[in-house]
Design a protein around this ligand. Structure first.
Ligand code: PMP
Length: 426
C-alpha cells in the first residue's frame, strides 16, 4: 500500500469490531471512539437497524447500476432533496465525498462555462485530481497542476491569519472586502465558490456565523454559484443546525450541497444536491456504476431514519455543549492548549508549544498516544496536525462524554509535563 496512506500511532491499531460508541482492537482491548472513523460512524457502531437493512438488501440483490430503477435510491434521493432546503432539488449519488465534490465542480463549471473557482484557505475537499487543486492546505495537496484555476479567499480560520485580531463583525467585513477585491481585480467569470462551513481536516476552524451568507450576497452580484461542502458538517453533527450552511445563510440555501461520510454510517455513500436547472445542465450523458448501489442506499435510509427519529441533532447540541464546556474547564490551566473550539459534536483543541503561540504537532501526536493508553481514540487535523479532533457518534451519552473528557484531561496533563521538561525539541 502507498507510503502516503498515513496510519495513526507509533504502533498502529487494528480495529476488529465495534458497538455503540466503542471499538475493540485485535488484542481485545476496548476504546471509546471519539473520531468515528473520520466523522463517518454518525449514529453508532453496529447499529441494529443498519445491520438489518444491509443484511436484508444483500440477500435480495447486491448490484443493479444506475441503468435500472432502484427503490432505495429513489427514496433516499427524495428524502435528501427535501432535507437539503434547495428548491426543485435533484440528487446524484456517488461513492465518496471526493467524488461528490468532483461532480459538483463538473456541474458548476459546465453550467457557468468557466474553470475558475473560489475556495477558502485551509480547506480540504478530497483527494482526486480536481479536488486537490482546490484544497487550501499544502499538506493535502500534492500538485499545483489542476483542471481548475482556484483562487483562495480569507474567512475559514477565525483565530489565526491577518484578520484574527478583529471582532466578529469586522472580521466578516474584512473578508467580504477581500472577496470584492479578488473579484474586481483578478477573477474573470468565476464558476463557483466552495466552502466547508466548519473546516474539517483544517482543524475544526470556522468563520463567525453569517459570513458565508454575507459572501453569498457578493457572489449573487456576479452570478457565482455557492457549493456548500457538508461532508463533515451534515446530518446534525453541528448540533444547532442540520446543515452547516444554516449558521450562515439568512438569505437561503446554497446552490449546490455535497455530502458523504455520516449518511452511510460507514457504507460508501456520497452525493451532490442541486437545483434541477444546474443538475440537468450537463451537455453529455453520465453514469455511476457503484454510486447509489442498493445495499448502501438501504443502509443510509435506515441510518437517516434512526438519526431523525431519535433527534440526534438535539443530542449533538446537548451532549456536545456539555462536552465543550467540560473540555474548556479541564484545560483552563494548560499552556499547551491554545483554543477549544467547535460546535455540537465537532470539537477541536489547538495545541501549542508550552507558553508560546507556535502550533505543536508533537504535542498532538503525544496526546493521541496518551489518550489511546487510556482507552480513548481521537483524531488530528490542522495545517500541520497540531489540532486534536473530537467527533464521536451522535448517540454519545453524557456519561461517555464525561469519561472521554476525563481521559483526555489526564493525557493532556501528562503531555504538558513532558513538553515543559523538554522545551527545545520539536
Ligand atoms: N470534503 C470534506 C469536507 C472532507 O472532510 C472530506 C474527507 N475528509 C472529503 C470532502 C473527501 O471525502 P472522501 O474521503 O469520502 O473522498
Amino acid at each position: 500500500m502507498p507510503a502516503w496512506l498515513g496510519l495513526y500511532y507509533a504502533r498502529p491499531l487494528e480495529l476488529t469490531h465495534g458497538r455503540g460508541r466503542h471499538v475493540w482492537d485485535s488484542t481485545g482491548r476496548r476504546y471509546l471512539d471519539f473520531f468515528g472513523g473520520i466523522l463517518t460512524t454518525a449514529t453508532a457502531h453496529a447499529l441494529p437497524e443498519v445491520t438489518a437493512a444491509v443484511t436484508e438488501q444483500a440477500a435480495r440483490i447486491l448490484h443493479t447500476s444506475t441503468l435500472y430503477l432502484s427503490r432505495p435510491m429513489v427514496e433516499l434521493a427524495e428524502r435528501i432533496a427535501h432535507l437539503s432546503g434547495i428548491p426543485d432539488a435533484r440528487v446524484f449519488f456517488t461513492t465518496s465525498g471526493t467524488e461528490a465534490n468532483d461532480a459538483a465542480l463538473l456541474l458548476a463549471t459546465c453550467h457557468r462555462r468557466s474553470h475558475q473557482v473560489l475556495a477558502l484557505r485551509n480547506s480540504y475537499h478530497g483527494r482526486s485530481f480536481a479536488t486537490v487543486g482546490l484544497t487550501g492546505n499544502a499538506h493535502w495537496s500534492p500538485t499545483a497542476l489542476s483542471p481548475l484555476q482556484t483562487l483562495h479567499v480569507h474567512g475559514g480560520v477565525r483565530t489565526r491569519g491577518p484578520f484574527a485580531h478583529l471582532p466578529d463583525a469586522e472580521f466578516t467585513a474584512a473578508c467580504v472586502a477581500d472577496l470584492h477585491d479578488m473579484l474586481d481585480q483578478t477573477a474573470r467569470g468565476v464558476a463557483a465558490f466552495i466552502a466547508e462551513p466548519v473546516q474539517g481536516v483544517g482543524g475544526f476552524t470556522m468563520p463567525p456565523d453569517g459570513l458565508l451568507g454575507a459572501f453569498r450576497e457578493v457572489l449573487d452580484q456576479h452570478g457565482i454559484l455557492w457549493i456548500s461542502d457538508e461532508v463533515q458538517t451534515g446530518w446534525g453533527r453541528t448540533g444547532d443546525h442540520f446543515w452547516g450552511w444554516q449558521a450562515h445563510a439568512q438569505n437561503g440555501p446554497p446552490d449546490l450541497l455535497t455530502f458523504a461520510k455520516g449518511i452511510g454510517n460507514g457504507m460508501s455513500v456520497g452525493g451532490v444536491v442541486a437545483r434541477a436547472e444546474i443538475m440537468d445542465s450537463l451537455p453529455a450523458q453520465s453514469i455511476s456504476t457503484f454510486g447509489g448501489s442498493p445495499v448502501t442506499m438501504a443502509a443510509a435510509l435506515a441510518n437517516l431514519t434512526h438519526l431523525l427519529d431519535h433527534d440526534l441533532q438535539g443530542n449533538a447540541r446537548r451532549v456536545g455543549g456539555l462536552l465543550i464546556e467540560r473540555l474548556r474547564a479541564v484545560t483552563a490551566g494548560l499552556s499547551t492548549v491554545r483554543e477549544v473550539r467547535g460546535r455540537g459534536l465537532m470539537i477541536g483543541l489547538e495545541l501549542v508549544e508550552p507558553g508560546t503561540d507556535t502550533t505543536s504537532p508533537r504535542a498532538a501526536a503525544l496526546v493521541l498516544e496518551a489518550a489511546r493508553e487510556r482507552g480513548l481514540l481521537l483524531g488530528r487535523g490542522g495545517p500541520d496536525g497540531a489540532v486534536l479532533r473530537i467527533a464521536p457518534p451522535l448517540t454519545l451519552t453524557v456519561a461517555e462524554a464525561e469519561e472521554g473528557a476525563q481521559a483526555l484531561a489526564e493525557a493532556l496533563h501528562e503531555v504538558e509535563e513532558t513538553l515543559t521538561a523538554h522545551p527545545t525539541t520539536r
